[in-house]
Ligand binder design. Sequence first.
Ligand code: GCU
Length: 674
Amino acid sequence: WLGYRQIENENLLNEYVNTLSYIHLEGDSETLKVTKKELIKGLMAMLGKNVPFKNLENSTNSLIVANSKKLSSSILEKVNDDLKELNKDGFIIKTIRIGKNKHTVITSNDDVGVLYGVFNFLRLMQQNKSITNLSIVDSPKLDVRMLNHWDNMDRTVERGFAGFSLWNWHTLPDYIDQRYIDYARANASIGINGTALTNVNANALVLTPHYLEKVKALADVFRPYGIKVYLTARFSAPIEIGGLDTADPLNADVQEWWNNKTKEIYDLIPDFGGFLVKANSEGQPGPQNYNRNHVDGANMMAKSLAPYKGIVMWRAFVYSEHDSTDRAKQAYSEFVPYDGQFLDNVIVQVKNGAIDFQPREPFHPMFGAMPKTPLMMEFQITKEYLGFATHLAFLPKLYEEVLSADTYRKGKGSTVAKVIDGSLHNKKLTGMAGVSNIGNDINWTGHPFGQADWYGFGRLAWNPHLSAESIADEWIRSTFSNDEKFIGPVKKMMLESREMVVNYMNPLGLHHIFDTGHHYGPGPWVGNLSRPEWNPVYYHKADENGIGFDRTETGSNALEQYAPELAAMWGNLDTCPEIDLLWFHHLAWDYTLKDGNTLWDGMALKYQKGVDDVQNMVTTWEAMKPYIDSQRHNQVSMLLKIQLKEAKWWRNACMLYFQTFSKMDFPEGMEKPD
Ligand code: GCU
């Protein structure tokens, strides 16, 4: 999306050239240096000529780029009211007149905000918007907007489908790959301001001096772009690399070890962001190994980080084999009782749903249920459960659905977005994390449309109230084309793509029926793994009588973890939306759906619809050939054909398997498996 294609429309080109006769850029901080570079790069490419830099005297039609502290009083007075509205890193883009002269001002109270303003301005041009009369005041709604890389030290990436890790630990710290810089540019352009470099299934090695030197090199590259580096902290690090015989968070030596380690990190990286921790989850060590709790563990690290203003992101993704009634209930049960006990620099990081990044999940019941604890959203950008980097599923649609869901915790309108932007309960620390889909693949994300998920995540971390539709529009224009004949069909296809995946994989509230381990392709039949909640049969519970997970009062009663309005809505078959039906109910195969079909027929027709819609996507994309380069067209085309083949595979596998229970015929309208 930073391709900066040359502006083709002549009228528009004239408008841009006339509005941008000169650039006046104040300041020479590292951030403003990269801001200047980006401006030159973007304008040169889009206008086909250099815009000269000039002092302001006697000029007109200048682009004025400066921190507000550097603005002259005549300019300042035109933007002063807007400046007061800005949060940290917010920016203003405004057309002003001084006497006869007209100028465009990009300013902020912080240098990084100026950089964000410039990226935003360039994006307006990429989208062929008019720039003659601008008045934009925009601020991030969340403090921490970060990527979580699940990158291992050997450069493999957990759930990574776009090659190996970008971080070349072997050649760092001396060799700075241009891709580190381009990665920072791409992130800054959408407002991402943090990156956790390493896997949540952490390796303590990254905290040793040898690796910290390498981490510092990356932090130095990212700093001008406003991006802080974070690391995953393995709870048992004091034992593994510190020579202690315990990692008990209440042990004084352990606290001291973390204090010293933290100081060592800040000596190298003064703006280090903090630690991301997966503890007592899926075999990872944590405070419970010492009969302590999440508060003890998180607060211990928080104490070490507090003097430097660092934060702890303590993950709520926990579930245990010892409580196998309903995995969906465990995080809430384990965390909600501790509301109010975490230190101020702890933020609890909660996945969007209570199971695990499924194609569709109701929002996690913790959102809204911990009024005294900062909670940050964790979305997955890499598509572990949505066809890896092979299938197209535009994820901002999923993110939007979760963010706009109503928790009802403070009455109607208490959306998840308001929980995480802090406005619902007046939280001081806010954030959103996305599990990265980036690797060293030539186009970063494997599937060319995977970039849209990265882009969309960043835009929503900046403002969780944006629509998926507007994000798709921006991304298509910047990435491919401003031709309406291309934008219309491609946008439609993107916006529908996630629902297609839901339909051909997990319709009507089904979930986690993936082949186990790798999670690619169907595997609803698996039922002999060591832990019950790792078996797909645990989730669909199909038998002769029907299918679905009863989470109402007659079942696990996970519904009680939601506000009463929602518990009532989901609990009642008349009001439960059919997209969530089998998430909350176990129903007979001949249960009648709203359209009059039996559950069995309705399920079959959903699977079929998923396949048909992918077929339509293939056809739509074929017709897009004239509008973009053949290389990207062909690449997407090949991937879509795989998606079609695999949508059929999903339909056939699931329907044939479930038929062994339902013993019913496939309905008219479903293509029969061969
Ligand atoms: C999923 C995923 C794991 C990952 C885990 C987590 O279970 O399959 O690979 O480690 O989530 O988020 O910690």
